[in-house]
Ligand binder design. Structure first.
Ligand code: ACO
Length: 387
């Protein structure tokens, strides 16, 4: 392998192709479009397993028995009560912060009622992971209610994570089909190899910092439109296009203006992201109840036009739809406003972030890579008055 003048391996732009960890959590095969989570193809789990089952799978390596699942559900429900500091943070955030900023701000306060903050055992970290998965959806739901001028709703402890989130947003017990749709979404996004936010979580976790700090940092990484911030803009695009016949011209115009087409392209996938199909199918299942059939047909047409136009504009890049494209349609069917799409992604991915932190804490070293200095040397200090 070639080396730099200082004898280091050359930097890989965007760390493309660099393996930074061994993991048992998930694998992304971008050549054939296969996502494996703890040994299961995503199509095995999505639409069948609940979010709780897959969270348990990620953290323990096996699917839970009925008894283990019931116990895990009780543990999750027991953490839904937020500490006073977090309640206050959400109230402040609802006044003038956007949802991802609010989530980051409120999650950062969740160390407040950690009585054993010095305990770094796996058991203590599993408790923190459970607390985070339980509370992230409550934070988002309470924030959404407060910013809409409504009071937060007390958690319904007989409901699972997906159902209680929808209940916390609306105050109504959701239909079974809606809960299944949201569970499918949360399962589909729970873990996905070494993406930017998971890497962020692992880096922070690798310093033996606390899990709340690591998840707070990961939320910051997820917020970016090149990562988890794309589904809102993807929906805006579909709405702006409006009818299938306008799709191609819209895309060409956007590319001519140097814009990126949201919901398309991926660092690893060279074929269609398998999660796009899973989410499309989940959206189809809900489409009749939600009157979204026409919107889905439009989205299909936008997808086809996007693939064609991107193939012409960027030949050989293989730019297809990614997870964010049908996320937008599915979450809209569930009644979420577009700016809640990214925080809702955060609910699912918290399970994966925590899994990676637990895995890294079980034996990984501090992540401390190097950089190649390309600036000047041998400069001499000149006092301010003489510059
Ligand atoms: N629209 C237009 N052009 C694109 C797109 C797109 N969506 N995606 C990639 N390209 C082009 C780039 O302009 C670049 O062309 P060039 O080499 O001629 O300059 C080429 O394809 C490669 O792009 P990179 O940015 O190098 O690809 P990278 O692997 O670094 O980026 C990313 C991947 C960030 C997802 C990119 O495809 C993108 O910006 N997509 C749109 C945003 C989006 O959908 N994000 C959600 C990703 S999924 C997730 O993280 C959950």
């Amino acid at each position: 392998m070639s080396t730099t003048s200082s004898g280091k391996s050359p930097a890989s732009s965007g760390l493309e192709g660099v393996v930074v960890a061994n993991t048992e959590m998930s694998d992304v095969d971008g050549q054939i479009g296969r996502l494996t989570v703890r040994g299961y193809d995503i199509e095995e789990l999505a639409g069948r397993a609940t979010f709780e089952e897959v969270t348990y799978l990620l953290w323990h390596g096996t699917l839970p028995t009925a008894e283990q699942l019931a116990q895990f559900g009780r543990e999750l429900a027991s953490y839904r009560q937020l500490p006073d500091e977090t309640v206050a943070a959400i109230e402040l955030a609802a006044k003038r912060m956007g949802p991802m900023d609010a989530l980051r701000f409120a999650v950062a306060s969740l160390t407040a009622d950690d009585k054993d903050s010095d305990d770094d055992s796996r058991e203590a970290n599993l408790t923190r992971a459970t607390m985070l998965v339980a509370r992230v959806p409550v934070i988002i739901a309470n924030y959404q209610r407060l910013r809409s001028g409504e009071r937060p709703i007390a958690p319904h402890n007989d409901l699972g994570v997906a159902a209680n989130y929808l209940y916390g947003l609306t105050g109504k017990e959701p239909q079974a089909s809606e809960v299944r749709g949201l569970d499918t979404y949360l399962v589909t996004v729970a873990d996905h190899g070494m993406n930017a936010s998971t890497f962020t979580a692992r880096v922070i976790g690798s310093t033996a910092s606390d899990m709340v700090s690591a998840v707070t940092g990961a939320i910051g990484a997820l917020k970016g439109p090149l990562h988890g911030g794309a589904p809102g803009p993807a929906l805006t695009m579909i709405e702006e296009i409006g009818t299938p016949d306008r799709a191609e011209a819209w895309m060409k115009d956007a590319l001519a203006k140097g814009k990126r087409i949201m919901g398309f392209g991926h660092r690893v996938y060279k074929v269609r992201d398998p999660r796009a199909e899973v989410l499309y199918q989940a959206a189809v299942e809900l489409a009749d109840e939600t009157d979204e059939r026409e919107a889905l047909e439009l989205a299909k047409a936008v997808e086809e036009a996007g693939v064609k136009v991107l193939q012409e504009a960027k030949p050989g890049r293989n730019l297809n739809t990614n997870v964010e494209f049908y996320t937008a349609l599915l979450l809209r069917e569930l009644g979420l406003s577009p700016d809640l799409f990214s925080p809702t992604f955060g609910i699912g991915r918290t399970a994966g972030w925590a899994a990676h932190i637990l895995e890294h804490r079980a034996g990984g070293r501090i992540i401390r890579p190097q950089s190649e200095y390309v600036g000047p040397r041998d400069l001499h200090y000149v006092p301010v008055a003489e510059r």
